[in-house]
Write a protein that binds this ligand. Structure first.
Ligand code: KIV
Ligand code: ZN
Length: 390
């Protein structure tokens, strides 16, 4: 268990992120993203699920060989065959991790696995013991953990620690948890799992109710020390907790969160762009932190405030995530001040009379046109200057 306040960032863009419909990546693309994630400073990269396909095996092997300092994890079911494949793929990494999982909720055990609780504990112990005979870096996940019986979770986590697991992961596999409830579950596990001080507790949240980041942050407040995340929040169904939201929440609210990460935040925006370009999954414009509108201001009152002091309407500086500057979007809500500042940036210097004329024309144009370009402004300025000089 990490004694300090450092949160281990476990990035699963290449595994759970790749499970987004249409996001599959080839080996070279996975390697390109892995290299970027290493530069970004993530602690662990889950590179894939080697037993899933030959391509995934090769991609994990390639990433494991190429990275210089980052831990590389390979996912596997709790079977000897899957674990051996995961190990073969990842063994050449500087610090390889085997990540094995089995479902622990009653619904998954009864209908999917058709196994009793005792059988599931026995399978988990066998799998973790086998993985631990290959590497000391073993993560065990209780799939559908948030819908599992809390006492059963403590029992299986305790048994996994005894068998050699060093990280225990509590997934909210179907994005069902609510922050207060999830935080209580984390506290319960921390308190009631035997030998919990010998392992790191991790959380892995899905976004089916739009609560993945909120649940992850609640779990961190409750003592979890590893957060499993993806870039842009891509992942199975509605996606996973997004790296940028968790890291920037911790960074932006240090009085609330004493926890820190090793992420170089200035690489967040370029990494987001790279993942979007490679996977073909577009980032919605209003997405927190990395969306095109995240640092764009349209309302006149907001633009005026931002021009006087950006912190009036910005809680983070765009440079901290690797964006050059914010943008004042010109539209029907913009005021004279923002328009004049934009015109000055374009190299014009208008008198009060000229500005007044241009501003009126600009407002009329905004009622007719959704997006105002620099060429439109240029035409208005030329027309305004001409008129006022007649
Ligand atoms: O969502 C989930 O439960 C998973 C596990 C395999 C960790 O992705
Ligand atoms: Zn998942």
């Amino acid at each position: 268990m990490t004694k300090d306040n450092r949160i281990i960032i476990f990035d699963t863009t290449l595994r759970d992120g790749e499970q987004s419909p249409g996001a599959s990546m080839n080996e070279a693309e996975k390697l390109r993203i892995a290299t970027q994630l290493e530069a970004l400073g993530v602690d662990v990269i889950e590179a894939g699920f080697p037993a899933a396909s030959e391509g995934d095996f090769k991609a994990v092997e390639m990433v494991a060989k190429a990275l210089k300092k980052t831990q590389v994890a390979a996912l596997c079911r709790a079977t000897e065959h899957d674990i051996n494949m995961a190990w073969d793929a990842v063994r050449q990494a500087v610090n390889p991790r085997i990540h094995t999982f089995i479902a622990t909720s009653d619904i998954h055990m009864e209908y999917k696995l058709k196994m009793s609780r005792d059988e599931v504990v026995a399978a988990a112990v066998k799998a973790v013991s086998h993985a631990a005979s290959l590497t000391p870096n073993v993560e065990f996940s209780a799939e559908d953990g948030s819908r599992s019986n809390p006492d059963f979770l403590c029992k299986i986590f305790g048994a996994a620690i005894e068998a050699g697991a060093t990280t225990l992961n509590l997934p909210d596999t179907v994005g069902y948890a609510i922050p207060g409830e999830f935080s209580d579950l984390v506290k319960y596990i921390m308190k009631n799992t035997p030998n919990m001080d010998k392992a790191v507790l991790s959380v892995h949240c899905h976004n089916d109710l739009g609560l993945a980041t909120a649940n992850t942050l609640a779990a961190i407040r409750a003592g979890a020390r590893q957060a499993e995340v993806t870039i842009n929040g891509i992942g199975e169904r509605a996606g996973n907790t997004s790296m940028e939201e968790v890291v920037m929440s911790l960074n932006t609210r240090p009085n609330f969160f004493p926890e820190t990460t090793s992420i170089d935040t200035t690489r967040i925006y370029p990494t987001s762009r790279l993942v979007s370009m490679i996977t073909g999954i577009l980032v919605q414009p209003n997405r927190a932190i990395v969306g095109a509108n995240a640092f764009a201001h349209e309302a006149g009152i907001h633009q005026d405030g931002v021009l006087k002091n950006p912190m009036t309407y910005e809680i983070m500086k765009p440079e901290t995530i690797g964006l050059n500057k914010n943008s004042l979007v010109l539209g029907k809500h913009s005021g004279r001040h923002a328009l004049n500042s934009h015109i000055e940036d374009m190299g014009y210097n208008l008198s009060d009379e000229e500005l007044e004329m241009v501003f009126k024309k600009f407002k009329h144009l905004c009622d007719r046109k959704k997006s105002i370009q620099d060429e439109d402004i240029e035409a208005l300025v030329n027309e305004g200057v001409l008129r006022s000089s007649q």
